[in-house]
Design a protein around this ligand. Structure first.
Ligand code: SF4
Length: 378
């Protein structure tokens, strides 16, 4: 029987115990004797929301494809369990091994929206990891932030040991290799953080002093140590066809917010609206080859048992081979009894013919976005 960090009495008390027991289909278990690095990936929100996030699934599968690394997951406990954990002094634990997060080498926190910032503090407190980066010791995990909000890290910089700025597929391997080398040679946490600043995309707040103007805009960045760069370039995955994709998605025991396969067809948006955070952050636009997508779709349907596939991107109608992909999926999904969902369409660029065909399949859904372009008055 699986070991659980929470007793059966506690699990029977809290709402939706399946949020905390792990063991989901396609989740990964490894032998601790065969790995060098333990990475705990955190989505600082409730399980059902975190399990709906594609970025975590990509990084989870990518890290676990590395022989020397075991990546596990943790989400924010619901307030009922939060109270019990604090009262009974139970440290926050990962879903896979059910081990305390504080025993890991890394705690990676994805920063998807500012509303979750207070949840980050909850995660650190429950994990019994010092909230301020300056108070952490050699025994604490390296707390690393990533995702869209890490592009503006200063408001939360003092809680993180480092930020990874850009797309996770690019530089994590280099960072893990550096960590292994530092561990092997007995280097300190401080040495590792300093060496990590040499890796593109890595920002270590403790090694850069930030001065502010009176209006709280940034006046100056000054390195604390010689050799620390004050400009960090975001990392961009240049070839999506060659990048890692989670063709074996983890299937939760309870209904997640996005209860379907997510097939990312492209990254970035050609429209470039100035007000759109995602449109700016995910530049430049990159597409996946239609044949690669057909293969991913087949594998994910076979490996998951989901009844719906969602074509994900910022503005799906701008995917150049959308018609070919949809016509293929209509045939394949009809046979497999799988619905197609297109959540981000612009009506102007989508053929009515394809639209009507998609709607013929069971309960397939189309969502149209309205974009208004604001022009400067001359
Ligand atoms: S079209 Fe939509 S996704 Fe693309 S940049 Fe504009 S608002 Fe953002």
């Amino acid at each position: 029987m699986r070991k659980t960090a929470l007793s059966h009495e506690i699990l029977m008390t809290v709402d939706k115990p399946a949020r905390y027991i792990g063991g989901e289909f396609n989740s990964v278990m490894k032998d601790l004797n065969e790995i060098d690095i333990r990475f705990c990936m955190c989505f600082p929100d409730v399980y059902e929301i975190g399990m709906s996030h594609l970025g975590i699934q990509i990084l989870y599968a990518m890290f676990n494809s590395f022989k020397d690394t075991w990546c596990e997951r943790v989400y924010s406990p619901w307030p009922d369990l939060d109270k019990i954990m604090r009262d009974k002094n139970i440290p926050l634990f990962s879903l896979e091994s059910q081990d305390p997060v504080k025993d890991f080498d890394f705690l990676g926190i994805t920063l998807q929206y500012e509303m979750c910032y207070t949840n980050i503090l909850q995660i650190l407190e429950l994990a019994q990891i010092p909230v301020w980066a300056k108070d952490r010791s050699e025994d604490d995990p390296i707390v690393i932030g990533g995702g869209p909000c890490s592009y503006n890290p200063e408001p939360i910089a003092e809680f993180f040991d480092m930020f990874y700025i850009g797309e996770g597929e690019v530089a994590y391997r280099e960072l893990l290799d550096l960590y292994k080398e530092c561990k092997r040679n007995g280097y300190s946490r401080e040495d590792f953080l300093y060496k990590a600043t040499k890796i593109d995309g890595i920002y270590v707040p403790s090694l850069i002093n930030v001065e502010y103007n009176e209006d709280f805009t940034i006046k100056e960045f000054t390195p604390v140590k010689e050799g620390v760069r004050t400009t960090v370039k975001k990392e961009v995955e240049t070839d999506l066809n060659d990048s890692f994709y989670p063709v074996k998605p983890i299937i939760p025991f309870i209904k997640a917010t996005q209860d379907r396969i997510t097939l990312e067809i492209m990254r970035g948006c050609p429209r470039g609206c100035r007000f759109c955070q995602a449109g700016q952050l995910y530049r430049p636009i990159r597409t996946r080859d239609v044949e690669v997508l057909k293969e991913f779709a087949r594998q994910m349907i076979e490996n998951s048992g989901y009844e719906e596939i969602n074509l994900s991107s910022l503005s799906s109608s701008d995917y150049p081979e959308l018609k070919e992909l949809i016509l293929y999926l209509i045939d394949y999904c009809n046979e497999k009894k799988v619905n197609i969902s297109l959540p981000s369409l612009r009506i102007d660029a989508f053929s009515l013919d394809v639209m009507s065909k998609v709607q013929d399949i069971k309960k397939s859904s189309l969502t149209f976005v309205e974009t208004r372009f604001f022009r400067r008055m001359e």
